[in-house]
Design a protein around this ligand. Structure first.
Ligand code: SF4
Ligand code: SF4
Length: 396
């Protein structure tokens, strides 16, 4: 790991506190949290080193820290902290701070640190998308639910493309900023990632670890960060609820993409009636059920502060959950309407709400907690790369 020599930012800790989290000024680096953390096998200074960065104002070190993203917020460290510094909540706040730090537009900072303005922005965006779609509306058939006669498919499609372009530009810029900072600090060059067969092998293994094992498989969340949940039924365990949200979201994106893909190659028109067992419909139904189940229990647990991982919540936490839940619930209601013998008028308004909120959710993704779905695998890629390189004695 390269030495970190950067100017000290005395306002760093105060700034991170604006993103939530407890008061870690009480931390005296005793190391109890390190002894407790289930992930510590890989790093004997985690998580107190991250806390130290904030205490002494090492902003660049914090933003280039791949370890920040390995934490699954199980809360064990907070339970064991003798000074009640709440390191778990601090880590969550530091990740919010990092998402805002990688985002050059400052939208993420606004969403996290100005809850009233963030709420106004969220409501205004939903209204904007709904009114924009409604401005081109057609007739509402009462015989069958002709949703694409009501709101033209091309308008939704083209708006979706514009939203995706914005999201990709913002997302790629943020990920590039993060990856550059970590790579510079870790001394990882392009050659050490793709230069030669051995490097390509390490890269492939790191990608498999980050994407397949962790992002999709939720392996360490399930194996290491679930200690206080063992007595609960499987369907109420935190790792599975989180995994269902991840799998549901990926599944719905896949079903939407496949639906458009089938229309492009002329196999099925978008919105054409199909039986429930039609593969794309089935994928959407199962993914929607997973998303709705997962977000419902995340909301319940957060409302009750039921687990030590969700003792405190920010407006941004709630906003993301509400957007996910509304997207899932309206999607299901829409599916139900499609199989009804007639077309209820409310079906068209549910469709309008579904489209508006789904577009908003995608547009805000790089600026909200949802961004961790990309940032965490990127950081874990570097974690795996560093581990493999050290094991093989590779100088990067
Ligand atoms: S956060 Fe608490 S447990 Fe961890 S090093 Fe600081 S005082 Fe010790
Ligand atoms: S919340 Fe859990 S995973 Fe995160 S630092 Fe604390 S003990 Fe480790």
């Amino acid at each position: 790991m390269a030495a970190v020599t950067a100017p000290v930012d005395p306002g760093l800790y105060g700034d991170i506190r604006r993103f939530g989290g407890g008061d870690v000024t009480a931390c005296f680096s005793c190391g109890t949290c390190t002894a407790t953390c289930p992930l510590v096998a890989e790093d004997g200074t985690f998580p107190r080193r991250i806390i130290r960065y904030a205490q002494v104002g090492m902003k660049d070190a914090l933003l280039s820290s791949k370890e920040l993203w390995t934490c699954y917020q199980c809360g064990e460290c907070s339970d064991s902290c003798p000074t009640k510094a709440d390191p778990s909540e601090f880590m969550a706040a530091a990740r919010r701070y990092a998402i805002a730090g990688y985002d050059r537009t400052r939208v993420a900072r606004t969403m996290y640190t100005q809850p009233i303005l963030a709420t106004i922005i969220a409501v205004a965006l939903a209204l904007f998308f709904a009114l924009f779609m409604y401005s081109a509306h057609g007739p509402q058939s009462g015989e069958t639910l002709a949703i694409f006669t009501f709101i033209p498919e091309e308008l939704i499609h083209n708006t979706g493309i514009v939203v995706m372009i914005v999201v990709l530009l913002a997302g790629i810029a943020g990920v590039a900023t993060m990856a550059r900072a970590i790579a510079r600090r870790e001394g990882v060059s392009l050659r050490s990632v793709v230069g030669g067969r051995a490097a390509l092998g390490r890269t492939a293994r790191a990608l498999r670890f980050a994407v397949a094992r962790e992002a999709i498989g939720q392996a360490r969340f399930r194996e290491d960060c679930d200690a206080d949940q063992q007595a609960l039924p499987l369907l109420r365990r935190r790792w599975l609820i989180h995994a269902l949200v991840v799998w549901g979201f990926i599944g719905l994106l896949g079903a939407t993409g496949l639906d458009y893909g089938l229309a492009l190659v002329g196999i099925k028109e978008t919105g054409a009636p199909v039986p429930l067992w039609y593969p794309v419909r089935l994928l959407g139904t199962v993914a929607g059920a997973a998303l709705l189940y997962g977000t419902t229990f995340l909301i319940i647990d957060r409302y009750r502060a039921a687990t030590r991982a969700v003792r405190s919540s920010t407006t941004a936490d709630w906003m993301l959950l509400v957007l996910l839940w509304v997207t899932g619930a309206t999607g299901f209601a829409l599916e139900l309407e499609l199989y009804l013998p007639s077309a209820p008028a409310w079906g068209y308004w549910v469709f309008l709400l579904h489209v508006a909120v789904a577009l908003e959710l995608v547009l805000l993704a790089p600026f909200m907690k949802l961004a961790h779905a990309v940032y965490r695998p990127v950081a874990l890629f570097f974690v795996a790369l560093a581990r493999d390189s050290a094991r093989e004695g590779v100088t990067r």
